[in-house]
Design a protein around this ligand. Structure first.
Ligand code: COA
Ligand code: AMP
Length: 631
């Protein structure tokens, strides 16, 4: 561990010198005045006084420095039978052209632009075009329904929304435009302009005077140059699930983000300029922002934007086909994708059809990775399998095997050690360091390194209250875990009501709000139950109002449909049970943790404060019945 330990120690002992060195690798239009502005704790700013343009560093820079003909982005779309390649020069020109189109519609520095798109190159182009003119993008995942999009429109207050006519899910087209129209009607904030990419699979109806066709908007515009912005200016806002129905707008700055992501491409993902890196995620998630778009391009790599699934497009060999066809060096996905592949092709028969000799390392993150999946992947692929822990808020891995410095022994189930810059600790309930092997709260000592959230969008107090107040001087991650005798961290579960379904972070609180709004529901709880494929799935438990005479089946259909319409298909909400009462304490607090333990088939004891122990027995019976029905 010597090499890693030295770098890690220095990153914490001399953070300013450490990060200034990393920042030298970027192109700045004005050098920073202070590496770390710590004048206003617990809030910190990196590279204060500096100016740069993120798009310049991701695209133009590489053209200017001789990589213009290298592939910057490969679009691989089994659902449309398309493979297309964009060199750095081509991507720069397309981004400049779309940036010109945005500017022609009045989008300027600091303005917000919402991007609601499927996995097409234009999604990345729209993001980079915003960065080019200093606008702030906010990408909304395509699997979210109109009301969720409307919430984000109201919070971000965009001047323009970029969208597409449709996305393609296996077996069905998802028409985006009706969802967008619905969201625009629901939102209080009025958006005057949209730009819509018409895809050949489905044409959207455009509203004259409000909606513009992507190609027409680009054809009419003059390409835009890069605008220098302050390092501390926001690059994007990405909404993520909190414990309530209101999503949190995680802010990412320009300077710290560019410095950190470029650094992470080497230290964690072991990529150098010219290497091909693939993150099979979606631009709507943080993994897509950091490792489909910004990280690989800031590092001069070739990135892959994949519009397909691990299985079914057309089979469980899809990932191996892409890795071999595009000579991918390192590949990143969520464990759930591997569980899906393992289920369909347990002996790796499809793997044998492809030449994977150029493939070096598999990275898994986004949810806890079960040791079985890691062992299976390693046995099949014969490459190191590297777990890494992070979150939307942090933007890049905080715990990982620092492969770019030295490869440490892999312990399946542990994401390994803190990444340079992150002072990760486990604290007990009183704020004291937890003993080795003892579960506690995962925290990171302030200041957080560059690239992490400086605040929440227009909600500084929310940032302080949610993350910085629990243990003064520390960032509270919301995960529980422990550290072992070798300094490896084991992240085990969330401490709140956030669940992780197929690598997607979802709030049970937002699902409860939807169920509670049904006229027949008196009260409800949604809990995450363990699922062999998706890690967790939501299960709704509802108590009906007196006198409701609908059948349980009918109500269940209505409630499932309601969550799909209000939150989206991505919630994967399919199971509801009607119960006589929810288990509660005598003071009326719903016993969620105990219900979660029952759902996960873990041992549990009824708390002494329980109001009526029979309520837990009923939950046990109901959840057991549901589990058996699924099996
Ligand atoms: N637009 C519209 N709908 C979407 C969508 C999108 N971008 N993404 C997913 N959905 C829909 C799916 O079609 C599905 O709809 P259905 O209920 O009609 O079947 C629903 O949302 C749930 O999707 P998902 O949870 O992804 O389940 P799945 O059964 O379709 O696929 C896996 C299971 C494991 C193959 C899939 O979840 C997967 O590829 N996971 C990888 C996870 C990942 O990349 N995470 C990103 C973080 S790293
Ligand atoms: P998201 O913000 O969507 O990236 O989700 C972040 C959350 O996913 C974390 O707080 C964890 O609960 C979980 N998570 C992500 N990566 C890992 C990992 N490698 N191991 C365990 N949990 C993880």
């Amino acid at each position: 561990m010597a090499a890693y330990a030295d770098v890690y120690r220095r990153s914490l002992a001399e953070p300013e010198a450490f990060w200034a060195e990393q920042a030298e690798a970027l192109r700045w239009t004005k050098k920073w005045e202070r590496v770390l502005d710590d004048a206003n704790p617990p809030l910190y700013r990196w590279f204060a006084g500096g100016e740069l343009n993120t798009c310049y560093n991701a695209l133009d820079r590489w053209v200017d420095e001789g990589r213009g003909d290298q592939a910057a982005l490969i679009y691989d779309s089994p659902v449309t039978q398309t493979v297309a390649q964009y060199t750095y020069r081509e991507l720069r020109d397309r981004v400049a052209a779309f940036a010109g189109a945005l500017r022609a519609q009045g989008v300027g520095r600091g303005d917000r632009v919402i991007v609601y798109m499927p996995m097409v190159p234009e999604a990345a182009i729209a993001m980079l075009a915003c960065a080019r003119i200093g606008a702030v993008h906010s990408v909304v995942f395509g699997g979210f329904a109109a009301p969720e999009l409307a919430k984000r429109i109201d919070d971000a207050q965009p001047v323009l929304v970029v969208s597409a006519s449709c996305g393609i899910e296996p077996g069905r087209l998802v028409e985006y435009k009706p969802l967008l129209d619905h969201a625009l009607a629901l939102a209080t904030h009025k958006v005057a302009r949209t730009i819509v990419l018409q895809r050949p699979q489905c044409r959207a109806t455009l509203q004259a005077g409000r909606d513009l066709d992507w190609h027409e908007a680009v054809a009419a515009a003059t390409p835009a140059e890069c605008v220098p912005v302050a390092a501390t200016d926001p690059l994007y806002v990405l909404y993520t699930s909190g414990t309530t129905g209101k999503p949190k707008g995680v802010v990412r700055d320009n300077g710290g983000h560019a410095v950190a992501l470029r650094y992470s491409m080497k230290v964690v993902y072991d990529c150098d300029p010219g290497d091909v890196f693939w993150a099979a995620s979606d631009v709507g998630w943080v993994v897509g922002h950091s490792y489909i778009v910004y990280g690989p391009l800031l590092a001069g790599c070739t990135t892959i934007l994949y519009e397909g699934k691990p299985v079914g497009t057309p089979d469980a060999g899809a990932f191996w086909r892409v890795i071999s066809q595009h000579r991918v060096k390192n590949f990143f996905t969520a464990p759930t994708a591997f569980r899906a592949i393992k289920k369909e092709d347990p002996h790796g028969a499809l793997l044998k059809q492809y030449d994977l000799s150029g493939f070096k390392t598999l990275y898994l993150a986004g949810e806890r990775c079960d040791p079985d999946t890691i062992e299976w992947a390693r046995a099949q692929l014969q490459v190191p399998v590297i777990d890494n822990w992070w979150q939307t808020e942090l933007g890049w891995p905080a715990i990982a095997n620092p492969v770019g410095i030295e490869t440490l022994p892999v312990k399946p189930g542990s994401a390994a050690v803190p990444v340079p810059g992150f002072d990760v600790r486990i604290l007990d309930i009183d704020g004291k360091p937890a003993a080795t092997g003892e579960i506690g709260n995962l925290v990171i000592k302030l200041p957080l390194p560059p690239g992490t959230l400086p605040t929440l969008w227009h909600n500084e107090q929310g940032y302080i209250d949610n993350y910085l107040s629990h243990y003064p001087g520390y960032y509270l991650a919301g995960d529980a875990g422990y550290v072992d005798e070798d300094g490896y961290f084991w992240v085990m579960s969330r401490i709140d009501d956030i669940i992780n379904v197929a690598g997607h972070r979802l709030s049970t609180g937002s699902m409860e709000e939807v169920l509670a709004s049904h006229p027949d529901v008196a009260e409800c709880a949604v809990i995450g139950a363990a699922d062999a494929l998706k890690g967790q799935v939501p299960v709704g438990l509802v108590v009906l109002k007196a006198g409701v005479e609908k059948s349980a089946e009918q109500l269940s259909v209505e409630l499932v449909a309601r969550v799909r319409e209000q939150i989206g298909a991505v919630a994967a909400f399919k199971q509801v049970a009607i119960v006589a009462r929810l288990p509660k304490t005598r003071s009326g607090k719903v016993l969620r943790a105990t219900m979660r333990a029952i759902a996960d088939e873990k041992p549990y004891t009824a708390p002494a404060t329980i109001d009526d122990p029979r309520t837990l027995e009923e939950i046990n019976v109901v959840l057991t019945r549901m589990r058996n029905a699924v099996r």
